[in-house]
Design a binder for this molecule. Structure first.
Ligand code: ADP
Ligand code: ZN
Length: 216
């Protein structure tokens, strides 16, 4: 089984949803930089205040901040079991730093799972997205409704719309994706690590396909 995994794809491709399914099924540690920043914002820490000023506009948090955060997290003993990086790396300096960190802690990246999704669908998914304030579980007002309106099925927490899930911030996020993150697909292709999946097949089929691939 492959266990040190990067999940890549544009905002709305389904990285977070897939990561939560894989985490349960394969007992991997889920490391989402977006969730880490949102936790820091909720706790009103210094990191949270700094991150919020970038995230709410749709911009990227500076590399040195993000790299430091991931380095600390990946070095913790629970990551020995295998990890799923969701939302990192997003820039070339982050990818290069990750290679260095992985070497230092002897936990090399084994595969990059890339989710393909067309732009129209990304906009539809993000504009209807709701997220649990407690546990971060994702929902959609049309396609992934909770059992009771506004309440998380998993933990009973309240659902809300992320501040960066609006048309304006999404446009900026997609621009960053194309300019800074998409080029990493070439980087990982050259390293022989890239494996792409079509996210339009739906979340259950996508989960099956990726799980079967990782289990090989
Ligand atoms: P999505 O994939 O839906 O855009 P995330 O939850 O992964 O959402 O990230 C939300 C925001 O957090 C990003 O738009 C960015 O501002 C910040 N962020 C997350 N990961 C990184 C990263 N690796 N580098 C810089 N900023 C990041
Ligand atoms: Zn919840």
């Amino acid at each position: 089984m492959k266990k040190n995994i990067i999940l890549m794809g544009p905002p709305g491709a389904g990285k977070g949803t897939l990561a939560k399914q894989l985490k349960e099924a394969l007992h991997l540690v889920h490391i989402s930089t977006g969730d880490m920043f949102r936790d820091a914002i909720k706790a009103k820490t210094e990191l949270g205040n700094l991150a919020a000023s970038y995230i709410n506009r749709g911009d990227l948090v500076p590399d040195d901040v993000t790299i430091g955060l991931v380095k600390e997290r990946l070095s913790q003993p629970d990551c020995e079991a295998g990890f799923l990086l969701d939302g990192f790396p997003r820039t070339l300096p982050q990818a290069e730093a990750l290679e260095e960190i992985a070497k230092q802690i002897s936990r090399p990246i084994e595969v990059v799972v890339n989710l393909d999704c067309d732009n129209e669908e990304l906009v539809r998914r993000i504009s209807g997205r709701r997220v649990c304030k407690n546990c971060g579980a994702p929902y959609h007002v049309v396609t992934m409704k909770p059992k009771a309106e506004g309440v998380c099925d998993l933990c009973g927490g309240p659902l809300y719309q992320r501040k960066d899930d609006n048309e304006e911030a999404l446009k900026v996020r997609l621009e960053h994706y194309v300019a800074e993150t998409k080029p990493l697909l070439d980087y990982y292709e050259k390293l022989g690590l890239l494996e792409s999946f079509d996210s339009l097949v739906g979340k259950e089929q996508l989960f099956d396909e990726v799980k079967n691939f990782l289990n090989k």
